[in-house]
Design a protein around this ligand. Structure first.
Ligand code: SAM
Length: 339
């Protein structure tokens, strides 16, 4: 099933909670937030029923995210339910890693096969400054656990000028030792990035230059037809890494992602200001067929190109003004929508 720009519905990002145990300055910089009402948060059975509908419409890749997904109580039960579904070819988890060492055996036993850990700095003082919590040792333990249990992982790093733009090489070295492919992400002006400014974006070009200064020019790895956001590169010794240029070179043309929030709102673009409520129909007992029609119509009508439209604006500032909108509607936040 394709949308109006010919993009298939394939990747579903399931946010399982809007809560997080970090307060990263580029994502959740405020002291307090308008949280999703607890009674609105979907039960695992409801998520599972919606996932069945998505699978029947072409989704085959599912990523659990949040907020911090490992804060959701009994996450392994949800992993088990989703992993058992025949149409799922890829089930992954994005986490900040703090609770990973404790939970990894249970989620692996439940059927999870792939993990991405977000890590922006290897310097403890910087980590505290950036996230407001002294949790870098716990993240290291989580990454070590992922290497032990899964044999490897991905590490996602948001690179911000003047914050961690001098750490690309140490992070690549760290990734090599952990058997992790590091992906450098451009700072995006999404939801909670209320402190975003164009000057703080460390671009794809600058990332590749920084890597080239240390290792020589990296070779692009061809991935014809790929819808993955990361462009992959290889260093002369075979080490691979990725660059996600969401801000300076968006990949809307091939975007097959959509996002379901923990309370059942479905968003077709990270920048969309409106979502489709799937909680109300599922709670009033809508049949699978009704949900298929609703979701199918939603996707077929999709023409979002949020990141490209933002780029075309030229002079841009933070997407959502924090005082007016962000405080009133938690759905506009990256931590609600699932990064
Ligand atoms: N808590 C989990 C984690 O830390 O990975 C999952 C949720 S988090 C919102 C998902 C990803 O979004 C993280 O890698 C985070 O760095 C990224 N992210 C958040 N705000 C961002 C921004 N303004 N620009 C780029 N990436 C961002």
């Amino acid at each position: 099933m394709n949308d109006r720009l010919g993009r298939p519905l394939r990747n579903l990002r399931l946010s399982v909670t809007d809560r997080c145990n970090l307060r990263c300055e580029y994502c959740m910089p405020e002291d307090d937030y308008a949280w999703l009402p607890r009674e609105d948060v979907l039960h695992f059975e409801e998520i599972s029923a919606l996932v069945d509908v998505f699978l029947s419409l072409g989704v085959d890749k599912i990523r659990l995210t949040g907020g911090e997904p490992l804060l959701r109580r009994d996450l392994p039960s949800l992993v088990r339910m989703i992993a058992a579904k025949p149409g799922v070819t890829d089930l992954a988890l994005t986490t900040n890693g703090i609770l990973l060492a404790d939970q990894i055996d249970a989620i692996e036993a439940a059927g999870l096969r792939r993990i991405t850990v977000s890590l922006d700095t290897l310097r403890r003082d910087r980590f505290v400054k950036l996230t407001r919590f002294d949790q870098l040792p716990a993240v290291h333990a989580g990454i070590a656990a992922a290497t032990r249990v899964f044999g490897g992982l991905k590490i996602d790093t948001v690179v911000i000028r003047g914050v961690n733009d001098d750490e690309l090489v140490p992070l690549l070295e760290y990734g090599r030792a952990a058997n992790a492919e590091v992906r450098f992400i451009e700072y995006m002006d999404v939801g909670g990035a209320s402190r975003w400014s164009p000057e703080r974006v460390f671009s794809r070009r600058e990332m590749l230059d920084a890597v080239a200064r240390a290792y020589g020019a990296a070779e692009p790895i061809d991935a014809p037809g790929s819808s993955a956001p990361a462009e992959r590169f290889a260093l002369a010794d075979g080490t691979t890494f990725g660059v996600i240029a969401s801000t300076t070179d968006p990949f809307c043309r091939t975007c097959d992602r959509s996002r379901l929030t923990a309370d059942g709102m479905w968003y077709l673009c990270l920048y969309a200001t409106q979502g489709l409520d799937l909680r109300a129909p599922i709670r009033r007992g809508a049949s699978a067929e009704e949900l298929r029609t609703l979701i199918g119509e939603g996707w077929r009508g999709r023409d979002d190109r949020g990141a490209e439209e933002r780029l075309a604006l030229g002079d841009r500032r933070a997407f959502v003004p924090v005082q007016d909108l962000l405080r009133k509607d938690p759905h506009l936040e990256m931590h609600t929508r699932g990064g």
